[in-house]
Design a protein around this ligand. Structure first.
Ligand SMILES: Cc1cc2nc3c(=O)[nH]c(=O)nc-3n(C[C@H](O)[C@H](O)[C@H](O)COP(=O)(O)O)c2cc1C
Length: 174
């Protein structure tokens, strides 16, 4: 009840880095494996497709959250935070999550249905991240205002990967 009471969007971020344990907890809360026997996640997904990947743009580069290993996989060494959204705060916040649908995992559906499921599945993940941030006293905002072609290029995404939303996380600016 307390986390729900505190859940909100905030758009003023300190540039202070987040501790790695906080990042780990955030990613597990967002879409980690909570039932190792079945590999199911903290967020539901349509037909259990688990098609949403979480990328993380940090000061020291771009990472992919590997839920199986509960690890961050380095993807690129450049700081692409400024490209993760059209709002000025995205380049100052320590972390921007990028929710990317892997269409190669969506063969059970296609077209408008695939778009719908990728969008709804991302919504659950984002809300998990919101509730974790509320519980941990962090600021966050989910974002749709993204130059998707520019960001996809910077992330070197494959044609079958589609950027759905991004979400900025950090300490509140003091
Ligand atoms: C799908 C979606 C896209 C959004 N895109 C943006 C965005 O690009 N930039 C932004 O500042 N807020 C964005 N928001 C946050 C909303 O503006 C915010 O949730 C709304 O104003 C209600 O405020 P609250 O989250 O504090 O309740 C988005 C929210 C959703 C659900």
């Amino acid at each position: 009840m307390q986390a729900l009471k505190e859940r909100k969007s905030l758009r003023e971020f300190s540039s202070k880095e987040l501790p790695l344990q906080v990042i780990s907890d955030l990613l597990w809360a967002a879409n980690g494996i909570n039932r190792p026997d079945s590999g199911h996640r903290t967020a539901p997904s349509a037909m259990n497709m688990q098609e949403i990947d979480i990328y993380l743009a940090k000061t020291d580069g771009l990472y992919l959250f590997d839920a199986q290993q509960n690890m961050l996989i380095p993807v690129a060494g450049e700081d692409i935070r400024a490209l993760t959204g059209k709002q000025p705060f995205v380049k100052d916040a320590p972390i921007n999550l990028i929710y990317v649908a892997d269409l190669s995992k969506m063969s059970k559906t296609s077209g408008a249905d695939a778009d719908f499921y990728a969008g709804t599945d991302t919504g659950f993940i984002s809300e998990n991240a919101y509730l974790y941030c509320a519980s941990a006293g962090l600021a966050t905002v989910v974002r749709g205002m993204i130059d998707r072609p520019a960001l996809a290029k910077a992330m070197k995404l494959r044609p079958d990967q589609k950027i759905i939303l991004a979400q900025t996380v950090g300490f509140l600016k003091d």
